[in-house]
Design a protein around this ligand. Structure first.
Ligand SMILES: O=C(O)[C@H](O)[C@@H](O)[C@H](O)[C@H](O)COP(=O)(O)O
Ligand code: SF4
Length: 605
């Protein structure tokens, strides 16, 4: 079935807009791929260094250019529960490669920050920039040019976007993303959030809070809320970088290990040495990117992808905009209720039918492009499956359920939870911003209230604790953009703003910073562009101005007479404080050149 005409129109517009950069990109990819197996381009000395530490059989294989060699880019570390399982993946991959007649080498590691560990801490000011550092670091590994395909091991927030930017930069190589899977279900996310609000009100102590947090985040695997990390898994599957059904299988299970070995074999099968050559830069095109945006809307995915998907697309010469994302939101229904957009977690989502059910539902109404290339072959229909293992322990893919196994978690396209998606663009005299409404109750979709100005999130939390915020207000947290301090997530605001909202006050947030993908119930106009540090109008707002956040009309405005507004002074602040400490001194160049949020807040483009 062809895609819905509204989706086709947006895709065609994206193709037209991208033509100059996309054609130049494809030309580069084809030239690089045309140079044949890459080891043959190396001198003997280069090659000898490249396999010096290998065993005899791998050495023999790598000395020629007949047998495919996989470059593993791994984001393993013990800091992210989601990445800790990767410790054992390289050995598993090397063995599976040898069994399949190929070779695999760790081409390099990349850094990975856990946004949960740095949330509310100085380290969070390095978080967004770490995405581009990850892309650069992966490029360093792949630049050894010993490889016929790449396997990318990464899950969390900035890591998958950084790895995808690398995969597009090395678009002449096939790329398979290898997930590790979610941790098993612990304390429900809404119960964790309730204890946090009690702590914010001083009703429970640190001991009770730590006990709740530890029961929620309790083992290896990705945190189970639907934040940026799990939005990444959804994107990698719906864009065809994962094998069908791979996203949400728990780590350290027979099925997870079987999927990792299958990904290894699949990567070996799609190199230029075989008959299914699938260079990543041609596999991903405008239709794949639009499918990713559709998946984001249908699942209530992370607001961070209004930055990352724009940067990821740009790395393939595709010029995605917030207007595209916002217009697709009007076409795509919300089909999943996973925390913070509901009470379920990703394990419940997977058990209810997961990605296969979601893709099948969307395809059935032409709400996805089916005519796409994936690491699994041609078309997205093969992803409408339910995954398991047969009696012999082999992976088994059965047709996806036609009905949701849990209608409170997964709806049908004929009876969605909301007729439109979760991410909208706002515009007005404060600038452009994005808002996620899938987790906001309808009576909060329009907030008009006096501004209360803060220049960091702790000041708001302190004002809350001092009882100064018991009123309707719009919190304006500014100088939080990429050029100011690296555009941190301000997720620590959620408990205080959540308590005030629960007390019945009409509150909203406006910031040039970010929120976590796990944020949700308080209306927040985020990623305001231009940012305050760039002289954006957000720096003209004064205490008490009436600010309107209107997710229905797509408006973000301050209700000040136009003449006065235009002549207002722009506030400036001394930002030297965030120039040092916890490594921030290493990123001055990034703050100086970072692009606007609407173009991905990247230092690369
Ligand atoms: O965008 C995201 O999904 C968040 O960055 C997430 O990865 C982060 O870890 C949250 O901070 C975790 O939530 P808590 O801070 O509520 O534990
Ligand atoms: S989901 Fe967030 S908190 Fe959990 S491991 Fe990943 S980065 Fe850390």
């Amino acid at each position: 079935m062809a895609a819905d005409t509204r989706i086709e129109t947006i895709t065609r517009r994206l193709v037209e807009r991208s033509k100059p950069t996309r054609e130049a990109y494809i030309d580069r990819v084809r030239r690089a791929a045309g140079q044949g197996p890459h080891r043959s381009a190396l001198a003997c000395g280069n090659l000898a260094h490249g396999f010096a530490a290998c065993g005899p059989s791998d050495k023999e294989a790598l000395a020629g250019d007949r047998l495919p060699n996989l470059g593993i880019i791994t984001a393993y570390n013990d800091m992210l529960s989601a990445h800790q399982p990767y410790e054992r993946f390289p050995d598993m991959i090397r063995e599976a490669a040898r069994e399949a007649g190929g070779v695999a080498q760790v081409a390099g590691g990349v850094p990975a920050m856990c946004d949960g560990v740095t949330q509310g801490q100085p380290g969070m000011e390095l978080s967004l920039f770490s995405r581009d550092v990850i892309a650069m670091s992966a490029g360093i590994g792949l630049s050894h040019n010993m490889f016929d395909a790449a396997l990318y091991l990464g899950v969390c927030d900035k890591i998958v976007p950084g790895l995808m930017i690398a995969a597009m930069t090395f678009g002449h190589l096939p790329a398979v993303f290898v997930p590790a899977g979610p941790m098993t279900t612990g304390l429900p996310n809404d119960e964790k959030a309730r204890i946090r609000q009690l702590y914010a009100e001083g009703k429970v102590g640190r001991e009770e809070l730590l006990e709740a947090e530890s029961k929620s985040y309790h083992g290896p695997g990705t945190c189970t809320f639907y934040g940026t990390a799990n939005s990444n898994q959804m994107l990698m599957e719906i864009m065809g970088f994962h094998l069908p059904g791979a996203s949400f299988v728990n780590p350290n299970t027979p099925l997870r290990d079987a999927l990792t070995k299958e990904a290894t074999r699949r990567a070996l099968a799609i190199t230029a040495l075989g008959n299914e050559f699938t260079p990543a830069g041609e596999m991903i095109d405008e239709r794949s990117i639009v499918n990713g945006v559709i998946g984001l809307h249908a699942t209530g995915g992370s607001t961070n992808h209004t930055l990352h998907l724009v940067a990821m697309a740009r790395s393939a010469g595709i010029r995605l905009t917030w207007e595209d994302i916002s217009e697709l939101s009007d076409v795509v229904p919300l089909l999943a209720r996973v925390y913070p957009n509901g009470l379920a977690d990703v394990n419940h989502f997977h058990a209810a039918g997961g990605m296969g059910y979601l893709i099948g539902q969307l395809l059935s109404k032409g709400l996805l492009h089916n005519d796409v290339r994936t690491v699994y072959g041609q078309g997205l229909q093969p992803y409408a499956i339910e995954i398991g293992m047969d009696a012999a322990g082999a992976i088994e893919r059965r047709p996806a359920l036609k009905e949701s196994a849990e209608p409170k978690i997964l709806a049908t396209v004929d009876a969605p939870f909301q007729p439109t998606g979760g991410l909208k663009m706002l515009s007005g005299n404060i600038g452009n911003a994005v808002i996620k409404i899938s987790a906001v109750k309808p009576d909060r979709h329009v907030i008009e209230a006096p501004a209360k100005i803060f220049h960091d999130q702790q000041s708001l939390i302190d004002a809350f604790k001092a009882g100064e915020l018991n009123q309707d207000f719009v919190a304006v947290i500014r100088f939080q953009g990429p050029k100011a301090n690296g555009m941190p997530e301000l997720h620590k605001l959620t408990p205080s703003l959540g308590v005030l909202q629960d007390r019945g006050y009409r509150v909203a947030l406006v910031t040039d910073g970010r929120m976590s993908g796990a944020s949700g119930k308080v209306p927040a106009a985020i990623h305001v562009t231009p940012e305050a540090a760039d002289g954006g109008p957000i720096a003209r707002i004064r205490e008490g101005d009436i600010v309107r956040v209107d997710a229905v009309a797509g408006e973000l405005s301050v209700l000040v007479e136009a003449g006065e507004w235009e002549t207002r002074e722009t506030v400036t602040v001394d930002l030297t404080e965030n120039g040092f400490g916890m490594g921030r001194e290493l990123f001055a160049a990034f703050r100086a050149v970072a692009g606007p949020a609407s173009e991905g807040a990247s230092v690369l483009y």
